[in-house]
Design a protein around this ligand. Sequence first.
Ligand code: ADP
Length: 228
Amino acid sequence: MNDINLEFNDVSYAYNEGENKLQILSGASLKVMQGEMVALVAPSGAGKSTLLHLGGLLDRAQQGEINICGQATNSLGDRARTLMRRSAVGFVYQFHHLLPEFSALENIAIPQMIAGKSLKEAQKRAQTLLEILGVGPRSSHRPTELSGGEQQRVAIARAAANSPKIILADEPTGNLDPETSTLVFDALLTLIKEHKSSALIATHDHDLARRADKIITLKNGKLVPIKL
Ligand code: ADP
């Protein structure tokens, strides 16, 4: 059994800006194991979002390989990559992007129904996820009736709805106060451990990063461990 959920092997990536090349990754390697949360801490503009896009198969490595649950992805066609993204990856953003006209429960049930689950099954799992994340009693509320921290926990539940092996989060607590950030971060950590999935989280927050299993940064295009 392969217990590496996400792996970057010598990945390079650059943006072309006219004559110039903006090299973001240059031989970057990373392993995110099952049950593991890895925090990516780097200054703004260093390439965190680019890295998360690559890991989520929203973009392709220009060199090297990205494996998801042991499967190489670079040579896959667009359709296979989309299917893999849908089944294996969940995204959480700084701003939750919940659907305003639906309840918390519905926001989490909808992606499951799109993936083929029955309404009943989808609702049951949605409620379970909300309970794990500590927002069970808020399930019938619409996003505007929830606090920022509650909204973000619903967004995490939605990302986890179809049991992805990898959750990729870009500054998921970026707009929350420190206390709420800790609550949200710990909820995500609990989810990862309970479901044996994994998470790669870009964050500026050093206190939160220290709660992760591993902390990495981007240095000269490579991913290197750091201590904070
Ligand atoms: P971070 O998430 O760490 O703030 P990004 O991955 O968003 O960093 O961006 C890394 C660098 O690449 C930045 O200098 C940014 O301006 C540049 N960049 C991002 N997207 C593009 C793009 N589509 N084309 C050209 N440059 C880009």
